[in-house]
Design a protein around this ligand. Structure first.
Ligand SMILES: Cc1cc2nc3c(=O)[nH]c(=O)nc-3n(C[C@H](O)[C@H](O)[C@H](O)COP(=O)(O)OP(=O)(O)OC[C@H]3O[C@@H](n4cnc5c(N)ncnc54)[C@H](O)[C@@H]3O)c2cc1C
Length: 359
């Protein structure tokens, strides 16, 4: 699947191998610094094309195979764009061109300190006042939070019996008065990505900042997750492939031939192959505008587990040698794959709900 992009795959891998050296990856991981020059370089070379979903998928996989911290950093400056693309007004859709060109960095703020899985019960409010909305509240663990020029934000606009009916999405300019971002440090993995806690203190939004219709925000965000989860599956797939590269390199260099290691190689390879089939299959439906959320959630949950499994096997097979930064970093980067964009448990709830509905 996606063989028509083989040349592109080669091109993006060459870019990653040239730019994501061990030295660069270690520097941005240790310093917990966002590599903005790599984002700009990848866009100026036209190597990351945010308007072609198949290319995004392949770029994420190949770049995360080399280093997930850097790979995710250069492929998420458009995070949240699909909400605007699908539900935004003409002006908001036009604004996306400035995101695709690299002029602006975008992010998406849904999660709050009280928990990320229970989206329906978020507490941030956008209260209507004349033709304005006044935004108050906070968001937690927001990717690009301290570097984004704009954020797609989910807030409560009314109290309804069914809490998810009272939510709306807004495009927030982070230069507005009342916006504060506090960069979070000390993350286990993906340390080159920027993560922040955000506070909104009486921020005045205009009615033009509303995305789509009031009260439809929950539906917009769930639609978005059914797209973005495929890209997280590609992150997990790339991390697992990167861990497997390290295993093969080590086993070949040291001429390891014991049966247990052979079984482990076969096991990791099989899980990677299954992840790839599942991810590409779910992606092919999505890219034809025939999304199958249960397949997407299967791909996301399985890719997360495969990333963790493969990176653990790399640590075990390489033994003490796995403490080299370029191996232990893979292990640290893998865990978030089971958490963000819906934990594995949440994905499994989605899968079983669809199955029980007979879809
Ligand atoms: C580095 C990083 C970057 C992130 N970037 C973003 C971002 O850009 N935008 C954004 O909005 N969020 C972002 N997040 C937040 C992320 O999406 C959440 O961490 C995730 O949704 C899980 O929420 P939580 O961590 O609050 O865990 P919780 O929701 O509190 O869950 C804790 C545990 O309870 C389980 N659980 C919860 N509910 C159920 C249930 N109903 N049934 C069974 N088990 C359940 C979960 O599976 C999990 O094991 C980021 C997080 C991190 C760490």
């Amino acid at each position: 699947m996606f063989e028509e992009y083989d040349d592109y795959r080669k091109q993006i891998r060459e870019f990653g191998l040239k730019e994501f050296t061990d030295e660069v990856a270690a520097k941005y991981d240790r310093g917990e610094e966002y590599p903005d020059y790599l984002r700009k370089k990848s866009l100026s070379l036209g190597i990351v094309d945010m308007q072609n979903p198949a290319k995004i998928l392949i770029a994420i996989e190949e770049l995360c195979r080399i280093d997930a911290g850097l790979g995710i950093s250069v492929t998420t400056p458009y995070f949240g764009a699909e909400v605007l693309m699908l539900f935004g007004n003409d002006k908001q859709k036009e604004f996306l061109n400035d995101v695709y060109s690299g002029k602006y960095v975008l992010g998406l703020g849904v999660t709050e300190a009280s928990g990320g899985s229970d989206v329906a019960h978020i507490k941030t409010t956008a209260t209507k006042k004349g033709d304005k909305y006044i935004l108050n509240g906070s968001k937690m663990f927001i990717t690009n939070g301290a570097i984004a020029d704009y954020l797609v934000v989910l807030a409560r606009t009314s109290d309804e019996d069914k809490p998810h009916h009272g939510l709306s999405t807004f495009l927030l300019n982070t230069k507005l008065n009342g916006f504060k971002a506090n960069k979070l440090t000390g993350k286990l993995g993906v340390r080159a990505t920027n993560t922040a806690e955000l506070t909104f203190d009486n921020i005045e939004l205009s009615s033009e900042d509303l995305i789509g219709e009031e009260g439809k925000g929950f539906y917009y965000i769930m639609t978005f997750f059914n797209i973005s989860r495929i890209y997280v599956a590609a992150q997990g797939l790339g991390i697992a492939e990167g861990a497997f590269d390290k295993i093969l390199e080590y086993v070949k260099a040291n001429e390891i031939k014991d049966e247990n290691t052979m079984f482990e190689i076969a096991d990791v390879a099989t899980r990677i192959e299954a992840t790839k089939e599942l991810t590409y299959n779910a992606a092919s439906y999505l890219f034809k505008f025939e999304p199958r959320p249960q397949l997407t959630s299967m791909a996301k949950a399985y890719a997360g587990e495969t990333a963790v499994y493969a990176s653990e096997k790399a640590m075990e097979i390489l033994g003490a040698n796995s403490l080299e930064e370029n191996v232990e970093r893979i292990f640290r980067n893998a865990k978030i794959m089971e958490i963000w964009e819906g934990t594995s448990e949440v994905e499994k709830l989605v899968i079983s709900r669809f199955i029980l509905k007979g879809e």
